[in-house]
Design a protein around this ligand. Structure first.
Ligand code: DGY
Length: 335
């Protein structure tokens, strides 16, 4: 019988009960099912003596935290994006980091497409009008927006989610698909998606509906600012399901106010959950609270994947030592 003490793990946010149960089978567990808001100092205090942390996209795993928690060996996030985790600092300290790719690709692509369509066809703007009791008669151009079918879809960031959005556009809606990415896709993949690689300026100039799906990093900070917006068509829409900070929200609000682009759909914001006040005042922007991956089955799959990573990273379960989606697996070899 194994009498070794169980590793200690903190679950930083509320998560599905079945995931808590799974983790509790392997760890001495502290959790936050009340979803209390912790300051960074509280998070650090709660991580004292913990071997592992189950986190989301909202906890900052930075150098100060890592220095204050030297016993930490694994940080597993249920998000695919991990710009809240200092991966280099974790790797230097031998802390394994994992994220949750793949399981959310199709769900996030569905939402990206839906947000783009809602933006192009002015769905929320017209709903607000109706709810306000302002609909008195039919009008020939009432809430007339832009077509999606047959239009040019631009995808900035052609990873898994970008490709899933491109597929929807090309196969489902007969769109011409342009993309720009750090590296060009294999020609066979391009052909399958019906997507054409172009430089960023061409993408901005030619897209009718531009969708952002690139990861956030210092290099992608304000990848869409005033200069980029100035290249876009006045009839174009911009949809962001990637990360806040990729778009300069103040510059976007200005461009929307002056109708230099037609409309925007935003699921992510600089400094969220705060939203730039100018965006809140504009009719031609659809705003959603960072929910692109939020279908119940997908959020559960993301949380289960993070749990599986944590269990394996801390030497538990049938896949001990082989976390399925580690970002710095080399730290396990070095232990
Ligand atoms: C992700 O998985 O990165 C989503 O944006 C949720 O944080």
């Amino acid at each position: 019988m194994n009498t070794a003490p169980k590793p200690r793990v903190l679950v930083a946010r509320q998560v599905f009960d079945e995931v808590i149960e799974k983790l509790a089978g392997h760890f001495e567990l502290q959790y936050n099912q009340a979803d209390a808001v912790w300051t960074q100092d509280e998070l650090i205090a709660r991580l004292q003596g913990m071997d592992g942390a189950f986190v989301t996209g909202t906890e900052a795993i930075d150098r100060r935290l890592l220095d204050a928690c030297p016993q930490l060996r694994a940080v597993c996030t249920m998000a695919v994006g991990y710009n809240n985790i200092d991966l280099a600092a974790c790797t230097e300290r031998g802390v394994l980091v994992s994220n949750a790719p793949d399981v959310l690709t199709e769900t996030t692509a569905d939402f990206g497409f839906a947000l783009m369509m809602a933006t192009a066809r002015r769905i929320t703007e017209s709903e607000h009008f109706l709810r306000a009791g302002r609909w008195t008669r039919w009008g020939h151009d009432m809430f007339a927006g832009a077509d999606v079918h047959g239009a040019t879809l631009g995808v900035l960031g052609m990873g898994r989610i970008g490709q899933a959005i491109a597929r929807r556009g090309a196969l489902g809606f007969g769109m011409s698909v342009l993309y720009h990415n750090r590296s060009r896709l294999d020609p066979a993949v391009e052909a399958k998606l019906g997507a054409r690689y172009v430089d960023k300026a061409t993408l901005l100039r030619e897209s009718d509906h531009l969708v952002l799906v690139l990861p956030y990093s210092p290099a992608s900070h304000h990848a869409i600012g005033a200069a980029e917006l100035a290249l876009m068509k006045p009839t174009a829409t911009l949809t962001n399901v990637a990360r806040g900070g990729i778009v300069d929200d103040a510059a976007l609000a200005e461009a929307l106010r002056e109708r230099r682009i037609a409309a925007a759909g935003l699921d992510v914001f600089e400094g969220e959950p705060a939203v730039h006040p100018a965006l809140l005042q504009l009719p031609n922007v659809v705003l959603t609270p960072h929910i692109a991956s939020a279908s119940l089955p997908t959020r559960l799959a993301m949380a289960q994947l993070a749990a599986d990573n944590l269990i394996a990273a801390l030497g538990q379960g049938p896949h001990a030592g082989r976390p399925p989606t580690a970002l710095n697996l080399q730290v396990l070899g070095a232990r």
